[in-house]
Design a protein around this ligand. Structure first.
Ligand code: F6P
Length: 328
């Protein structure tokens, strides 16, 4: 039997990611399909506190599936960490008779969602939205596939100029705590070495490998560096240090930065967003709360917030071995 839900609200929180708009669209339309009123809340938890709501109908989310970012905007709210502001947030939901909340964001956003749900006994469902792919319990997070393709496209361009000038490029990609973007884009773009937060290959091995590449006939090289890599040096400092150890190379640095977070979502992310959005509304109708709706082995999965937040997602380290072999 379906749980009675009359009204829901959706917000996006934390770092934005391509596909968030497509997920909002799916939630609004799934709500509409089930005769549920749907509100959009602007600027994440901050807008929830500041009463920044708008009722959204099926036509409010037209022409959105292809747009990057989040039209509801995103924020990291410090105030939401305090109970007195969470009370104000709850009052804002209550005065509109909102029965449940959907939060699209990363593990920090889910932590707030979990506390809020338990404190006020209101159902909350999470959708994993971050380019980092670092949330436990889902094979993919929204925006990761798009970001990966953006990175590969950028490195392909860098490769052209690296090869024309016989240069070594250090390319910094996002991933403060997770190496998914670095490792997969590194393999996809044919990098010589990949530095990730999960493993410290050490400067010595890096230098040795780049010497070897030169000796075996490579004239240009690309090293992908995750921003949270374990060597831990600022990338410009790393380049300066390597210049001493690798006199045979002319070394350049490119930091890809926030272009990785923008852009039109890939088809994969659009479909994922649509499935997770519909999945979130289905979960609410099944009476679920305090779970993230994720994807496991191509199927929708319900993951308790506790597991999504506290358990660390493991990176497939065999990919490092693959990267080593294919870059020889
Ligand atoms: O979205 C995740 C992430 O891209 C991290 O990889 C990165 O460290 C961080 O966001 C930077 O976000 P901001 O500039 O919004 O603080």
């Amino acid at each position: 039997m379906k749980n009675k839900i009359n009204s829901i609200a959706v917000l996006t929180s934390g770092g934005d990611s391509p596909g968030m708009n497509a997920a909002i669209r799916a939630i609004v339309r799934a709500a509409n399909f089930n005769n549920i009123k749907c509100y959009g809340i602007y600027r994440g938890y901050q807008g929830l506190i500041e009463d920044d709501f708008e009722e959204l109908g099926a036509r409010s989310v037209r022409n959105l599936i292809n747009r990057g970012g989040t039209f509801l905007k995103s924020a990291r709210s410090k105030e939401f960490r305090e109970k007195k502001y969470r009370q104000i947030a709850f009052n804002n939901l209550q005065k509109r008779l909102v029965d449940a909340l959907v939060v699209i964001g990363g593990d920090g956003s889910f932590t707030g969602a979990d506390i809020f749900s338990k404190e006020f006994d209101i159902p909350v469902i999470g959708i994993p939205g971050t380019i980092d792919n670092d949330i436990n319990g889902t094979d993919y997070t929204l925006g990761y596939d798009t970001a990966l393709n953006t990175v590969v496209e950028a490195i392909d361009k860098i490769r052209d100029t690296a090869s024309s000038h016989d240069r070594l490029f250090l390319v910094e990609v996002m991933g403060r705590d997770a190496g998914d973007i670095a490792l997969n884009s590194g393999i996809g773009a044919g990098a010589e070495e990949i530095l990730i937060p999960e493993e410290n290959i050490g400067v010595e091995k890096l230098v040795e490998s780049l010497h070897k590449s030169r000796k075996t006939g490579k004239t240009s090289s690309i090293v992908v560096v995750a921003e949270g890599d374990q060597i831990g040096k600022n990338i410009t400092k790393l380049a300066a240090d390597l210049t001493e150890d690798l006199p045979e190379y002319e070394i350049k640095v490119t930091v890809l930065g926030h272009i990785q977070r923008g852009g039109s979502p890939s088809c994969y992310d659009r479909v994922l967003a649509s499935r997770l959005g519909v999945g979130a509304v289905d979960a609410l109708l099944e009476g679920k709360s305090n779970i993230m709706v994720g994807i496991q082995h191509k199927k929708i999965a319900h993951v308790p917030f506790e597991d999504a937040i506290n358990k660390k997602k493991t990176l497939d380290m065999d990919l490092m071995r693959v990267a080593d072999i294919v870059s020889t």
